[in-house]
Design a protein around this ligand. Structure first.
Ligand code: GLU
Length: 481
């Protein structure tokens, strides 16, 4: 059997981090087994589906590095892989069910259904619709002819139960006493999620359905439809939901929930992938940093936890820092340079990129996010510094500031232009003035980089170059007054 899995987002929102994890687990499972990963679009809801969300889902998957073998955009032997193009197929299956007795046209009105709910509430039982208002085929045909087609419901056998072995959760049993005769085709001819999703899974020969636990209670319905189609059930795996660090269901209150927000905030795709991968899956040995190749080799549904996973952005930031440190100085400088260039509105020259390469190891050491670092290296690429106000006010108002800035000008005018040369010249100058490095260096940092937060000072000064450094000291002196 060739493994075939799918990710089936509805383009009714940006790709959520939970969706990103579901996509990743499907992808890892397919790659592990040498199977096919399929991307389809569950876009039956024309009102809520938008091109913007469609594009975001594809962009976000692409950014994560998740590719698909069949599906929207790339094609395959099953048409467009968009549900909105398959309404005829869903209707055909629904009508086939009516013909075989697996489903029926139904005349229940919303008042009828409300009455059933009220009675159930009163008697403490579950409000299950049992088909008591079903229509004969002739009566249904009259309604169709009159322009008022009735919906089609699936006939659930009661008493009865549906049982399956979930690859993550173990055995799951649903008593049909709690499963409605559910609508599969609405009166407007549109399929419900249950019908469209299951028909696609059968038609596309999906072997494993890996998806969120929010859908678990729909799975007996999907199994009933699958069997009524005469098809074999896929294996189901329901992934636990994501919680915030406070143990409550992940929501915007906990921070951003769209993958795109993490891209925009400067996270590295491999860090996000690693973070999503270990949200509920354990590669074993308590390891947390896992290469993509290792994930593919080791991924198994059996080692996915059924407990809710905690989405903790502090941990993601830490992990991003780990991945930043794993980058070569060249790769880091290119990524960082791209951000800085965007910010400056111009390309960086080769020499400028080289200055980032030189500083890279020092910056990488402490960085968590590229977007956090970009403003800290901007001083290398501007003619005129913009001073961070708070930094200036804090250190330039001190009595030592002027003396240090003046002393640094003569010290740097004659020093050797290396890290050691610059450092020695400045330390001697501070000694002569009887100032500690802690006090004396901060004004220089602000004068030369514009902020009291910068990469290590001596290397930064070397990177600025002697002429610009002397000029900046002159400007600062004037500004101090
Ligand atoms: N379109 C459904 C969703 O986005 C897919 C669920 C499933 O995988 O069956 O929740």
């Amino acid at each position: 059997m060739t493994v075939r899995v799918r990710f089936a987002p509805s383009p009714t929102g940006y790709l959520h981090v939970g969706g990103g994890r579901t996509a990743l687990y499907n992808w890892l499972f397919a790659r592990h087994h040498g199977g096919a990963f399929i991307l389809r679009s569950d876009d039956t809801d024309a009102q809520r589906s938008t091109d913007e969300f469609r594009a975001d889902i594809l962009d976000s998957l692409g950014w994560l590095g998740i590719d698909w073998d069949e599906g929207i955009e790339v094609g395959g032997s099953h048409g467009t892989y968009r549900q909105s193009d398959r309404f005829d197929r869903y209707r055909e299956v629904a009508e086939g069910f009516v013909a075989s007795g697996a489903a029926y046209y139904d005349a229940a009105t919303s008042d009828d259904l409300k009455l059933i709910r009220d009675q159930a509430t009163a008697s403490g039982s579950s409000p299950v619709y049992d088909g008591r208002h079903q229509l004969s085929i002739e009566a249904a045909q009259h309604r169709v002819a009159a322009g008022d087609p009735p919906p089609i419901r699936f006939a659930v056998l009661r008493p009865g139960e549906t049982r399956f072995e979930d690859a993550v959760r173990g055995e799951v049993v649903f008593d049909h006493a709690n499963v409605d005769d559910f609508v599969i085709l609405r009166s407007d001819g549109s399929p419900t999620y249950h019908l469209a999703s299951t028909v696609d899974d059968v038609d596309y020969a999906i072997t494993h359905v890996i998806r969120g636990e929010d859908i678990l209670s729909s799975t007996p319905k999907h199994i009933l439809i699958t069997e009524a189609m005469g098809a074999e059930r896929p294996t189901y795996a329901h992934l636990s939901l994501l919680n915030g660090p406070d143990g409550k269901k992940l929501s915007k209150r906990h921070g951003d929930t769209a993958i795109r927000a993490y891209r925009d905030a400067g996270f590295l795709p491999p860090a996000v992938v690693n973070f999503l991968a270990i949200l509920g899956w354990s590669p074993g040995d308590d390891e947390e940093i896992v290469s993509l190749q290792d994930m593919v080799e080791r991924f198994e549904l059996g080692s996915v936890s059924k407990n809710p996973a905690v989405f903790d952005t502090t941990k993601l930031e830490w992990m991003n820092g780990v991945y930043i440190r794993q980058m070569s100085p060249e790769a880091f400088a290119i990524e960082l340079g791209r951000l800085v260039a965007g910010d400056l509105g111009r390309e960086l020259s080769e020499a400028e990129t080289q200055s980032l390469v030189d500083l890279a190891p020092l910056v990488q050491e402490r960085a968590k996010l590229l977007t956090e670092v970009a403003p800290q290296v901007r001083f290398l690429f501007v003619d005129e510094l913009e001073y961070d106000r708070a930094s200036w006010d804090k250190v330039m108002a001190t009595p030592e500031a002027l003396a240090v800035v003046e002393g640094a000008r003569s010290a740097l005018a004659g020093s050797e232009w290396t890290h050691q040369g610059v450092e020695a010249a400045l330390r001697t100058m501070l000694d002569e003035q009887g100032l500690s490095a802690r006090k004396g260096l901060q004004p220089l940092r602000v004068a030369l980089t514009g902020s009291s937060v910068s990469p290590p000072l001596f290397e930064s000064i070397v990177a600025v170059g002697r002429d610009r450094a002397l000029e900046r000291l002159a400007v600062a002196k004037k500004r101090i007054g």
